[in-house]
Design a protein around this ligand. Structure first.
Ligand code: MN
Length: 202
């Protein structure tokens, strides 16, 4: 499936004359795959966890956001693939549009696929996604270390529930809670309120 096909759901949900979100297809993959976590003040506040794979950003909505404590399993609901340009989208999606509300880039960086087969060969991320078990090492500003995304059901359409879990490694820390202590944008330092205010002025 081409990335244009993959973005069909994303594009069908949005009116690009009204939203400032990117319409996709304008960025090629770089040397290292990226991840981004966006804080999204929509009808319900949530975090969107996105991993670059197959030319798009594979996406999950995480209501409580990521934890640095391996004992905290966070529900992550799979959502439509997003274009690579979405990784630095920050702004206000107009009311009445899909996902209406303010978005900030809460954390971003590169990641490494940790999944290896019995011979020590990397398992392609594509296969990990199909199998419902993804393990990655994040190199962000707020989050570093291993994270697992594990599908909880047997897979297939309509089965969108996964868990996002910090792996037990040197970066695990049950005392940290970056979601509460580091709420602002890693790109611009702005809070959700500042972004909303600045956009309402323009
Ligand atoms: Mn969202």
């Amino acid at each position: 499936m081409s990335e244009n096909h993959r973005l069909r759901d994303y594009q069908a949900k949005r009116d690009f004359r009204r939203t400032g979100e990117p319409n996709g297809g304008g960025r090629k993959p770089g040397d290292k795959p990226v991840f981004v976590i966006q804080k999204h003040d929509a009808r319900a506040m949530h975090y969107d966890f996105r991993l670059e794979a197959e030319g798009v950003l594979k996406s999950w909505a995480v209501p409580k956001g990521p934890s640095t404590d391996p004992r905290q399993k966070r529900l992550a609901v799979a959502t439509e693939d997003h274009p690579l340009e979405y990784a630095d989208f920050e702004g206000v999606i107009p009311e009445g549009q899909y996902g209406g509300g303010t978005v900030l880039v809460w954390d971003t960086g590169s990641y490494r696929n940790l999944k290896e087969d019995a011979n020590g060969e990397e398992v392609p991320i594509r296969k990990c996604l199909i199998d419902g078990h993804v393990t990655v090492w994040l190199e962000g500003e707020k989050l570093t270390g291993g994270y697992a995304l594990v599908r909880t059901g047997p897979g297939g359409a309509g089965d969108r529930n996964w868990l996002l879990i910090k792996m037990k490694d040197s970066e695990a820390d049950a005392r940290r809670s970056p979601v509460s202590t580091q709420p602002d944008s890693v790109l611009t330092g702005r809070s959700l309120e500042q972004i909303a205010q600045e956009e309402s002025r323009t």
